[in-house]
Design a protein around this ligand. Structure first.
Ligand code: ATP
Ligand code: MG
Length: 591
């Protein structure tokens, strides 16, 4: 419960709404009690029942007041008007309290979704390796939705219960304090089933959420791999896995439904037996009929929110579980944070250097003592067999991960002592896997920054993208589909290069940036980049070795270690692995 309230009160702006809600709930409780009391008064007036004396001072006083001022034979209409007014007042307060509790729920969930997204963006890559996409997506959609639902239910039920309890209990004690004492006998009896069902619902909700997450994960996985599924005609295989998870989710939903629906009937039975007991005791002790009516009415009113609360408890408990799951993520600290004394780096002046860098993702070392230097204006290439650690080492440049041993410096300053944003500003990446957002071509190129049409055209021209962009009906304003799926692999790579060039960062990093391009397009891009040689520092990773033949320096990597460094010709002479790789590549290109 604390988790849900914590989630609800994360934003103090909601306090105003909570105050309005509290007032409307007080008004609603008063209206509900007035309704019952009004009926009791009617029953208690002399003119209505021929006047039995009331033992309750309050009722008696009110009744005699009414008898003195109203004649129910002639003023009957007025009484009906009074009842109608109370009903309208109750309807209004009911609407305001329910509406505001929903609004608070929606606002809490909106805030949480915002905080959640902002927060996960600050988290480092290991977090995203540890948590599956389905699980993270489910938390922002399903968990936040459940929290909204539960917060509104929490305010309606948890807040309304004390208001109604206090107002009705006062009424009950005025009428008969002896009979009212029985409330305290019944109340603990109601608590046992509530506690029992709360535990059950919480346990099943946890399992349900975990299964829903896995289910979302499987669904996302299949949607992302739909093309592979189709070409292998493995729809049945996918369906089987999907159905298996779907059945598991339903199994937990059945269990949760059972425990969610049980509390109300059980509590209803207990309170009905209790009311029957009160009526018998009241009858034996000759209590006035009108007072009995009011007492039973008020007790009914007292138990109603308790029963509703028990019924809604399942919903609230699901919210508690969802809130604790979301708060767990909000408590996650980034693995990599700026040092307290970190300073921004404004300009790249001299060189990037790796000093005996060791790095591992899990147990095995991926980079094993790498040391090298890239001078400003140089074009340096990394090559080596697949899986030798090339992409890993460029990930370390902008602190997507930190090395476990050794250090990386820019202009002699350890990057751990520089602010991450300023380091990232020095680089523009074309990654091995291109990615585009559901946005226009221009937005995708600029990543939210504003560029003039001339700048966009220039970057597109240098990356050989201008032609296909201008063929699109809306040109730079054309919308790309999810992940850029309305572009070919080569077009995606060219647009990624355009994005990197547009940033005008001093260091360009290309990781297999032209692997999907035909030779002519690649040659054209190569000559564009050649013009940038000396002006920009370029770090290139390429399997197609002809891409890197003109580099100032080639670093040959094998199993996380630097085997040889030099120009193409030097490596052909001194590095047998590079030699055989080069000739295999040349043979392949001839074919
Ligand atoms: N997130 C990760 N968690 C665990 N291991 C990883 C992770 N990413 C990469 N690896 C492992 O690290 C090693 C180096 O991977 P890396 O991606 O750097 O290779 P690469 O040289 O870029 O290969 P390629 O030429 O195929 O792109 C591989 O053995 C890979 O399995
Ligand atoms: Mg790679």
């Amino acid at each position: 419960m604390i988790e849900l309230l914590k989630a609800a009160l994360l934003n103090r702006k909601h306090l105003r709404l909570v105050i309005v809600l509290c007032f409307s709930m007080v008004a609603l409780s008063i209206a509900s009690s007035l309704e019952i009391v009004a009926l009791g008064l009617l029953a208690n007036t002399k003119s209505f029942l021929g006047g039995q004396a009331s033992s309750s001072k309050l009722l008696a006083k009110l009744s005699s007041f009414l008898d003195a001022h109203l004649n129910f034979e002639t003023d009957f209409r007025m009484f009906v008007v009074f009842l109608v007014c109370i009903s309208i007042f109750k309807a209004l307060t009911l609407f305001v309290s329910r509406y505001y509790s929903q609004i608070i729920g929606i606002k809490v969930s909106m805030d949480l979704r915002e905080r959640y997204f902002k927060h996960i963006q600050t988290l480092s890559m290991p977090f995203f390796h540890k948590n599956e996409m389905g699980s993270l997506a489910n938390k922002a959609v399903a968990d936040a939705g459940q929290i909204a639902n539960s917060v509104s239910s929490l305010f309606t039920n948890y807040l309304l219960t004390p208001f109604q309890a206090v107002t009705t209990i006062c009424g009950c004690f005025y009428i008969s304090w002896k009979l009212s004492l029985m409330i305290f006998i019944c109340f603990p009896l109601l608590m046992f089933p509530i506690i029992f069902f709360t535990k059950k619902v919480k346990k099943h909700s946890q399992s349900l959420f975990i299964n829903q997450e896995k289910f979302t994960g499987i669904l996302l996985d299949f949607l992302l791999g739909i093309q592979t599924i189709k070409v292998y005609a493995k729809e049945m295989f996918s369906f089987k896995k999907y159905k298996q998870k779907n059945d598991e989710v339903a199994k937990f939903e059945f269990k949760a439904a059972k425990y969610a629906q049980m509390p109300r009937p059980v509590l209803h039975m207990i309170t009905s037996l209790f009311l029957a007991g009160i009526i018998i005791i009241g009858h034996v002790s000759n209590i006035n009929l009108a007072e009995m009516m009011v007492l039973v009415g008020l007790l009914y009113l007292f138990y109603e929110p308790v029963k509703r609360f028990a019924e809604e408890n399942a919903n609230i408990q699901r919210g508690v579980v969802a809130a604790s799951r979301m708060l767990d993520i909000l408590k996650e600290k980034p693995h990599i944070e700026d040092h307290v004394d970190a300073k921004p780096i404004k300009e790249f002046k001299n060189a990037i250097a790796f000093h005996d860098v060791w790095f591992k993702y899990e147990d095995d070392w991926v980079l094993k003592g790498m040391s090298f230097e890239i001078k400003k204006g140089q074009t340096v290439a990394f090559c080596g067999k697949t899986g030798c650690g090339k992409s890993t080492l460029i990930n370390l440049l902008v602190r997507l991960y930190d090395p476990q041993k050794g250090s990386i410096t820019i202009d002699g300053q350890d990057i751990k002592m520089l602010t991450q944003t300023s380091v990232k500003d020095l680089f523009a990446f074309v990654l091995q896997k291109s990615f585009f957002f559901l946005e226009t071509v221009a937005q995708n190129m600029g990543f939210g920054a504003e560029y003039t049409l001339e700048e966009l055209q220039e970057a597109a021209r240098l990356s050989e993208s201008l032609e296909f962009i201008e063929k699109m009906p809306a040109g730079f304003d054309a919308f790309l589909q999810e992940g850029g799926k309305n572009l070919s692999g080569g077009q995606q790579q060219r647009l990624s290069i355009a994005r990197a060039l547009l940033k005008k960062a001093p260091i360009l990093v290309f990781d297999e940036a032209t692997s999907h391009l035909d030779n002519i397009s690649e040659q054209k891009i190569k000559s564009s980049l050649k013009n940038l040689k000396g002006k920009l520092t370029q770090i290139i990773i390429a399997h197609r070795l002809t891409t890197i033949e003109n580099c100032d320096k080639i670093i040959y990597v094998e199993d996380g270690k630097i085997i040889q460094t030099g120009t193409k010709d030097e490596l052909l002479e001194s590095c047998p692995s590079f030699h055989s790789m080069w000739y295999a590549a040349v043979q392949q290109e001839k074919v």
